[in-house]
Every structure is written in structure tokens, then in C-alpha cells.
Ligand binder design. Sequence first.
Ligand SMILES: Nc1ncnc2c1ncn2[C@@H]1O[C@H](COP(=O)(O)OP(=O)(O)OP(=O)(O)O)[C@@H](O)[C@H]1O
Ligand SMILES: [Mg+2]
Length: 436
Amino acid sequence: MSDVVVRYEPRGAVKELFQSTENEILLSGAAGTGKSVGALMYLHLACLSKPKVRALIVRKTHASLTASTLVTFREKVAKEAIAAGLLHFYGGSAQEPASYKYANGSVIVMGGLDRASRLLSTEFDLAFVDEAIEVTDEDLDTIISRLRNGVLSRQRLIMATNPGPPTHHLKQRADAGRCRLLYSTHEDNPRLYSNGEWTEYGSTYLARLDTLTGARYHRMRWGKWVAAEGLVYEGWNEGVHVIDPFQVPDSFTRWVSIDFGFTNPFTALLFAEDPDGRLYLIREWVRTRMLVEDHAVVIRDRLLSGQPRPRAIVTDHDAEDRATLERKLGMSTVAAKKTVSDGIQAVQSRLKVAGDGRPRLFVFRDALLARDPEMDAASLPVGFAEEVAGYVWAVKPGNKGGLKEEPEKANDHSADAVRYMVAERDLGGRPRVRWL
Ligand SMILES: Nc1ncnc2c1ncn2[C@@H]1O[C@H](COP(=O)(O)OP(=O)(O)OP(=O)(O)O)[C@@H](O)[C@H]1O
Ligand SMILES: [Mg+2]
């Protein structure tokens, strides 16, 4: 077998990861600092250097894992070794999850916690949880309970994440000394920073992060665990409002709401309304730089695929976009009730947990049909659940500060479409919907 040279220079937090011995490590940092590459490299090298090591790569959902972390593994971490035949991909079966199998008998099993039972039916030496901010404390405890394969002398849980609010259970876990938090910085990533200066790619990348606002700016640009100040939807609670999808009966009324955009994303949301008037955001299409006529195809073939015909399509007011959409879909639309403050109040009141212990607005965990690569590259929130965590009241200009009575007009595209939907249902006084 010919020699395979792995060129990798661990720096900063990742170097610490390689040198440290704690059972639990949390790599935390701004966007693009090299956390995923570093952790994946740690697993890869462990598997290459010892036979029969069992490692695990997980994210909250299977789809998010294959779209991001596994691409990084294949393209940036194990490329040479794969080409040299030192490991190969195994697609999995009904009983067995997907994995990379190493020639020496080591294996990296991978999957989403949405398929946890199959994934966690065996034992491991190492586990890597990417975007760990998405997983619950209980998820982590389940994974830890599987860390007892005993081939490596130390069984370790490695997590990587962008920061969230300081109250987040991961930060609390680190503060309580249960795991060691290592801060990863942009200088740690040789693609961004090399020979003591920012690379061209690095300067461009940071300039893009500089355009972020609010808590997201502090988290993604500087890696700080900060709370979002002045949240519009303070009642939002991921644990309550984001739910596992269920088979939605055809008898639930379907609705679509749309916020037009081109440079900003176009968003189309499919809701189902149950007999008690609860709204479920079941599918969501978010995409930049696409023509309305092409969005119409996505709406027809993906958003509405297999779904009963929506009762109405509620849209933003742009006349030309509406006309194009109506023509391409062969369905009429209704103009959204766009008054901001009563719309926001209506959404707020739906988010409140009612007497029956449930709110009146839910989001399916798998609602997002696809991620927008450009928005991901710019670390922008994609979809309602991500937007809402950073949807804040605008700050009054000048050094007096204080908050305005309107939200900051940024990263509010799905939020607007949700508001249109709720206004349509809850704010009266609109003429009857026309049918086509
Ligand atoms: N040690 C390294 N050597 C060369 N390139 C690297 C290294 N680490 C990271 N990179 C490059 O930087 C990119 C971003 O790295 P990575 O995906 O690990 O960042 P991250 O911190 O996980 O980002 P995010 O916060 O978005 O999850 C990689 O795709 C890779 O091209
Ligand atoms: Mg990452």
C-alpha cells in the first residue's frame, strides 16, 4: 500500500483538543473557525491509527448531517485516505446505519438523532456531535451512555457549536465543569489566516460576517455566548414550538403564505390548520436569487406535493410578482394584511401556551425543504425557527438607545410570512376570499 500523507496543522482550540484528556470537549466559536474539520480529523486519525476503533458522528437530524458535516468529512478530511482505499463508504441498510469502514477494522458510524435507535444500538469509543447547540441535554446523556467500547483507553465526547444564549444548556454544562469548553477563533483556520495575516479568502469571509446584526453578529463573528436583546417573540421556545412531524390528515385546512424576495430570500410557507384552529408550519421553502416563475414550480411540485389544495395563498403586495405567481400556479392569491404591530401581537398570542398546555402555532422539525447554500455561506438564518431566535426590536438611533415599536428589518423573511398567515386567520375585517 502506498503512503498516504495527511496534511493537517491543528491550531488553537483544535490543538488543545488533540492534547487534552477530558472526557467531554465543547469546541465553541464563530462561524467557519475550523471546528468541524478539527473534530472530524480527530476521529479520522484515531480510526486510522488503531484497529477496531468505533466512532460516531451525529447531528440533530440525518438530513442536516448529510448536507454539511459529511461533506466536510469526505472533501476536507478523509479525501486522500478514501482515494487510497484506507476507508470506504457504506450506505447502510434497514438494520445498520451508514458508516465509513476502515481497512483496519475501525469504523465511523453516522446519522441523525431523528434515527437514534438504530444509530445508538451499539457502543463507541468516540462520538462527535456537530452543531451541538441543536441537541438536548438528554440526547447528550444518551450518547454518553453508549461510550464504552473500550478499544481506546479514553472514551470521549466531542462537540462543536456556534454559541447561543448564555442560558443554553451547553454553556451551563461547560460552566458547571461537566465539559471543557475550548474557544476556537478565525485565526485558528489556516484557510482564513496564514503567516500572520488574513488570506484574501479570509478577509472576504470576515467582511461578510461583519454585515450580520444583533446577537447573531456577536455569536457568528466573535464567538460570544450572548442573549438576543429585545426579542420580538420572547414566548418562542424551541422545545415547545418545534415538534416532530406527524402525518397531517387531509381534513386539516392547508394555507400558503409568501414573502417575495430576490436578493433577500423568497419564502413560501405551507401551513395546516387543525379543527381547533392550531396552525402547523409543515413545509417551508426559502431561497435567494431565483425567479418567481421558478419558485412557482417549487411550490407546485414540492411545497404542495401530495397535499390538499390550499384554501388560500396569502402574499406580499408586489403586483408583478403576484401576477406571475398566479399565472404560473393557476391559483389566485390574496394580499396579506400587512400592518406590523397587530400582526406581531397576533403571532405572540399564538405562541403563548394555552390552558391545554399547548401553543396555537407549531413548526415541524423537518419543515425546511432545503437549505439555501448562499445564506449558509453568509451564516444567515434560514427558515422561521432560525430567524425567530434573532428577530429583535429595532434600536432607536442616537446614543439614547431604547427600542422602537417595530422589529429590525433584517432576517425577517419567514417571520413576515408567518405574520401574514396569522393575520389572515386572527385579524378580522377582510373581505371574503375569492376562488379561481
Ligand atoms: N486546519 C485546516 N486546514 C485547512 N483548511 C481548513 C482547516 N480547518 C478548516 N479549514 C477550512 O475552513 C472551512 C471551514 O471549516 P469548518 O467547517 O471546520 O468550520 P466550522 O468552525 O465548523 O464552521 P461553522 O461554524 O460554520 O460550523 C473548511 O471547509 C475548510 O475549507
Ligand atoms: Mg461546523
